[in-house]
Design a binder for this molecule. Sequence first.
Ligand SMILES: Cc1cc2nc3c(=O)[nH]c(=O)nc-3n(C[C@H](O)[C@H](O)[C@H](O)COP(=O)(O)OP(=O)(O)OC[C@H]3O[C@@H](n4cnc5c(N)ncnc54)[C@H](O)[C@@H]3O)c2cc1C
Length: 282
Amino acid sequence: MPACNATYKLAVRFENWRKPGHHFYYPFEQMRSVDGLPLTDWWLKNGRTDRFDTDCFVMANICDAERSPRHLSGTMLPQPYDEGTEEPQGLTMSEHQGKTQFPYAYHFEAALLAKFLTTYTVERGAKHIIDDVKDVKLDERGWISSVVTAEHGELTGDLFIDCTGFRGGLLNKALQEPFISFQNTPPNDSAVALQVPQDMEARGIRPCTTATAQDAGWIWTIPLYGRIGTGYVYAGDYLSADEAERTLREFVGPSAADAEANHIKMRVAATAPGSTTAWGSA
Ligand SMILES: Cc1cc2nc3c(=O)[nH]c(=O)nc-3n(C[C@H](O)[C@H](O)[C@H](O)COP(=O)(O)OP(=O)(O)OC[C@H]3O[C@@H](n4cnc5c(N)ncnc54)[C@H](O)[C@@H]3O)c2cc1C
């Protein structure tokens, strides 16, 4: 975590999605059961409130209190077993030091994570080459046999993983695999991102990614140690890049004044607002 300016992520916080000023969490925590019935049923029976999340999930309350999933001593906040059961239920619970723990994730600074993993793998024998792939060679079966690079010539291999991102250099270009677009659902095909230095001691660190509803999409806010990663994911059919950048800068405030905007055009595959993988990168 220190090597990647990482922070804890217990949930995604949705702000202004239901109405202005309202927020709720989508935690990684699993729905609990009592007397064989999930809390949802008890919540519906006992009279719903406008905070289903804090009524049914411990982690939503931890997020509102802006706390980590660990005590200052480093010990985990144990997740109690469901009443009347000896065994932890479901998939998302994990064992740690003989105790069940609430599942959680991390926010990493993506570039530092890549550096950390590079050091980790090179120390264990991996050979790391930085170069541009100029061409991809296929064998008689149509399988990739090698890649041709700008500085290191032809590199052969047994397994090739396409890490070229939106470009799909190996999958979509060399192997002609069709890209299944989800361009219309949702229509968000653009983003503008800012990296904004912040005094986290003064500001505090929310243990969650925040997705704040906007007219043409949402603004994500990811707290890292020392800065926030933020951006506006929007539908280019409804908002121009300049308007999106202006809205984002107004939202962040004066601390965004010197931050350089990174405008991104996306190829959209299936995903959900604020969810990423089990880790958040910014
Ligand atoms: C607006 C936006 C917000 C996001 N927010 C989050 C988030 O909060 N949390 C999260 O977990 N994920 C987030 N994601 C998703 C995350 O960014 C991607 O899942 C992740 O970057 C994919 O990693 P990748 O290594 O596959 O591709 P990329 O990160 O796109 O990296 C591909 C790399 O390949 C290089 N490359 C391409 N072609 C060649 C070539 N021919 N030769 C050499 N190099 C080449 C490119 O230069 C690039 O560096 C977000 C994505 C977008 C667009």
